[in-house]
Design a protein around this ligand. Structure first.
Ligand SMILES: Cc1ncc(COP(=O)(O)O)c(C=O)c1O
Length: 307
């Protein structure tokens, strides 16, 4: 079966879904997107879209910020996504990319007086970062863009140039991922992940007002730490040097799952291995996102009919 896209209000083969070179979003970054994982569970013969509703609720918020009219509810968008994945016939892990964008073929920097459109693409997707051994990170020389420049709580395409600068600088310098700081020198996030520290038995993460994307994996981990391990997460400003003295560090994201960070700026974190709490949260998360832990099955949208 060829992969399908949802494009211009229709399901069509991905190869036929094309936009014009004058499309506003292409020139000015006036679009917003989501990244959703669909996880194949061979025992259940089911593909589970993880936290689909939460991703679409966030997309609807991004659209409000960007003045994009997306005429569907989160539930309708989940149904459309399931339909698209079914039509494409995937029976393996997939990545789902919805995109709402300013679709007018017109020049001029603005958000008003433009048409909006919406598409969904689905593709196969493997590992993104090394979840087993952990990764080496570097503090970026690129500052995180702040809320009054382009709001990072919205997943706005143009904003991701800031992330791309940071990611490529890290890779060019031999690290796997960047850690960006805010204009006020606080730890913000990675180029595609939120960050957590374990310090003296406490779980810490930057607050939602420190120029982060309020990650769905972040929310999931906060909930799992509380419900399953009895650990509250403290959301507060984090200084750069606190990264170096943490006992454990990990990053969270749809692509990254729960990725241990074993070194930052050439300093070992803890003993330089995967931390105990990191491992526990990682194992819980892996089971839940693939629909193995039935207690959390409500977070998984079944793509194929359930038996
Ligand atoms: C900049 C940024 N921060 C954090 C995240 C993690 O968010 P989520 O857990 O919702 O995937 C992402 C990924 O979408 C991201 O792009």
């Amino acid at each position: 079966m060829p992969p399908y896209a949802f494009f211009r209000k229709k399901y069509m083969p991905l190869a036929e879904a094309k936009i014009g070179v004058m499309t506003h979003a292409l020139h000015y970054g006036t679009a917003c997107f989501e990244g959703i994982r669909g996880n194949w569970n061979a025992d259940d013969q089911q593909l589970y879209a993880f936290r689909c509703r939460e991703h679409y609720s966030r997309l609807l918020k991004s659209c409000r910020i960007l003045k994009i009219d997306l005429p569907y509810s989160a539930d309708e968008l989940c149904d459309m996504t399931a339909e698209l994945v079914r039509r494409s016939g995937y029976r393996e892990d997939v990545y789902i990319r919805p995109l709402a964008y300013k679709s007018s073929e017109a020049f001029g920097v603005r958000l008003h007086d433009l048409e909006d459109d919406f598409l969904i693409i689905v593709t196969t997707f493997g590992p993104y970062l090394d979840v087993s051994k952990g990764i080496r990170c570097a503090t970026s020389s690129w500052r995180r863009i702040s809320d009054n420049m382009i709001p990072p709580r919205a997943k706005i395409c143009g904003l991701y140039v800031n992330n791309a600068f940071a990611k490529t600088e890290a890779i060019d310098s031999g690290f796997a991922e960047a850690i960006m700081l805010t204009a006020n020198d606080h730890v913000s996030e990675g180029s595609g992940e939120n960050i957590f520290l374990v310090t003296d038995g406490k779980l810490l993460t930057p607050p939602s007002t420190d120029a982060i994307l309020i990650g769905i994996t972040r929310e999931t981990v906060i909930e799992l730490a509380k419900n399953e391990l009895g650990i509250d997460t403290v959301e507060r400003h984090i200084d750069r040097s606190e990264l170096y003295t943490a006992d454990e560090c990990f990053m969270t994201g749809t692509a990254a799952h729960v990725t241990p960070v074993v070194e930052i700026d050439n300093r070992k974190i803890g003993d330089g291995g995967v931390g105990r709490l990191t491992k526990q949260l990682q194992e819980l998360y892996f089971d839940i996102e693939v629909g193995r832990n039935k207690k959390y099955l409500s977070w998984c949208t079944s793509v194929y009919p359930t038996k």
